[in-house]
Design a protein around this ligand. Structure first.
Ligand SMILES: *[C@@H]1O[C@H](CO)[C@@H](O)[C@H](O)[C@H]1NC(C)=O
Length: 546
């Protein structure tokens, strides 16, 4: 029956949650159109053929009504009892029609008796039986931290074999502070997501951003898929090194050995890899400092390569620089204070010496002027001087580390003619350092001693008839003094014997004190001669009598 008529067929499928099926009867002659959702069970109702063709259901088999599908596969079958067109197998729209917007299957109903062919078109409607799918669930993006705001980076699309609202409809991005999502239309109206940089990145603040990209369809119920996007922020050398402190201070004993570490400086560059490598150098250092200190360019260790001397330089001020590969730099100060060590022995210098000193000098007479020096400071440089107790001298402190050595008592050359006075200078360091010097003090003679005979009187016996000029005696007087003061001369004191002066009887040799008889003596005439010999030194006279 070729009739142009519109047919609306409603079928209810309680199992499939009341899916409403719409069948559009074709306007064309002999064409009937049904619509069923995909994925229905085999044997599901498609349409009431008998009714729609105006045939008696019972008569269908008698009249030899058959269903023939074009192509090899029989998708549909006829239930001759009920007169319904049913599915011959489970129908998957995506398999049958792919991405085609409309999925139409055709079959023919042939009624043998009347030699009639009815064309039947069945639309397989899409159901949301696929979720969107990303090819990779995780991906990494490397983005330089210097990338300009507004830069767009394309993201992978998700695929959904369903069509229409059941296929991918929208994308979403997890909330974050740097990126937004924008859709771009590619050729053929394909929409793909793009990441848009909204605020500048900084690797030093955050090196990795974890984003979640969601693709959703609008099926009922809606399905979605997610992909994890790891954004690795690639370092750029956008940071200069920074010193941990603006000034490095160190105190070092002046006697620390070469090779010792004085101080270590350190600068941090927040960049990564070679961008964070820092090298160190002195930017300001005195000529003297550069001979004493060395800075390791890699470690920032300042070591001693020369000798420190507090007395020469008590402090060093240097400036150092830390630089990265692009010459981004920072500066810091290094202050090294040299600490005094008691390494200087006090030195005694004899500025003037008045020696020999006359033995009759009054106590308090200055003999020497001394100056003591000690290069150290504080107690290390505080010096005191001393001399032994047993010498007749004392030290008198004068101004400015000057001392004078003065006599403390009367001197007597005849007792001690020279002194070795040891002056000891000692500082107050711990342990103290000291030195000593010996001052040779000579006591010069003063004629303070008279010549003295060992006896007040001497008796000598002389045989008579001596030869004239014979030696009779030798007078000897000792004089404790020295030199001319001790040179004694002798002479005969005046006197008479038997009316003749003694000098006609005896002579005394002035230098030796030898007494000679000037006449031959006669016992019978002279039994005894009493005479006196006088002795005298340079300035002192002594009379001695026999
Ligand atoms: C003083 O020292 C000198 C040189 O060491 C020495 O010859 C002399 O005998 C010493 N004098 C005294 C009184 O010790």
């Amino acid at each position: 029956m070729a009739k142009a008529k519109a047919l609306w067929v409603y079928a209810r499928r309680t199992v499939l949650c009341c899916v409403v099926l719409t069948v559009c009867g074709a306007a064309a002659a002999g064409q009937i159109r049904y619509s069923i959702p995909e994925e229905m069970q085999k044997g599901s109702f498609v349409g009431n053929i008998a009714q729609d063709l105006g045939l008696e259901a019972k008569a269908l088999s008698e009249r030899g009504v058959r269903v023939i599908s074009r192509g090899r596969t029989q998708y549909f079958a006829l239930n001759v009892k009920s007169g319904h067109l049913i599915t011959a197998e489970r129908l998957d729209r995506e398999q049958l029609c792919g991405r085609a917007e409309k999925c139409l299957l055709n079959c023919e109903v042939i009624a043998d008796d009347v030699m009639k062919v009815f064309r039947i078109e069945v639309e397989i409607a899409d159901i949301n039986d696929h979720a969107p799918n990303f090819q990779a669930q995780a991906m990494e993006l490397k983005i330089s931290e210097l990338t300009a705001v507004g830069t767009r980076i394309s993201l992978p699309e998700a695929h959904d074999p369903d069509v229409g609202v059941n296929s991918v409809q929208s994308y979403g991005l997890s909330s974050n502070e740097h990126f937004s999502l924008d859709m771009q239309s590619g050729p053929g109206g394909v929409k793909y997501p793009e990441l848009v940089l909204e605020t500048a990145l900084d690797r030093e603040t955050r090196a990795v951003h974890q984003l979640t990209l969601t693709a959703s369809d609008r099926g009922d119920p809606a399905k979605s898929a997610t992909a994890q996007i790891r954004v690795l922020v690639v370092d750029a050398n956008d940071n200069a090194p920074r010193f941990a402190q603006p000034v490095y201070k160190a105190s070092v004993l002046e006697n620390v050995p070469r090779g010792s570490t004085v101080v270590s400086i350190s600068a941090i560059d927040p960049d990564e890899g070679s961008n964070s490598e820092v090298s160190y150098a002195f930017t300001r250092i005195s000529a003297q400092g550069s001979q004493v200190f060395s800075l390791h360019p890699g470690t920032g260790e300042i070591t001693l390569v020369g000798d420190l001397d507090y007395e020469e330089t008590a402090a060093y001020e240097m400036e150092v620089e830390a630089k990265d590969i692009d010459d981004l730099s920072a500066r810091a100060k290094v202050l090294v204070t040299v600490l005094d060590v008691n390494d200087n022995v006090p030195r005694i210098e004899i500025t003037s010496l008045f020696s020999p000193v006359p033995e009759d000098s009054a106590p308090g007479t200055a003999i020497a002027l001394l100056h003591v020096r000690d290069g150290d400071t504080g107690l290390n440089g505080e010096v005191s001087c001393s001399i032994p107790d047993h010498v007749p001298f004392r030290l008198q402190k004068s101004v400015d580390n000057y001392y004078s050595l003065v006599t403390a008592r009367d001197l007597d050359r005849e007792q001690v003619a020279d002194y070795n006075v040891t002056v000891t200078a000692r500082d107050r360091g711990a342990p103290p350092l000291w030195s000593a010097t010996t001052i040779a003090v000579q006591v010069s003679d003063v004629n303070d001693n008279a010549p003295a005979f060992s006896q007040a009187a001497y008796s000598v016996w002389v045989s008579e008839n001596n030869a004239r000029g014979a030696s009779v005696f030798c007078a000897r007087a000792a004089d404790a003094d020295w030199g001319d003061n001790a040179r004694v001369t002798y002479w005969l004191a005046e006197g008479e014997l038997q009316g003749a002066p003694l000098s006609s009887w005896l002579s005394v040799q002035a230098e030796s004190g030898a007494v000679h008889a000037l006449r031959a003596l006669d016992y019978e005439q002279v039994r005894e001669i009493r005479f006196a010999v006088e002795a005298r030194d340079g300035s002192f006279v002594s009379f001695e009598f026999y």
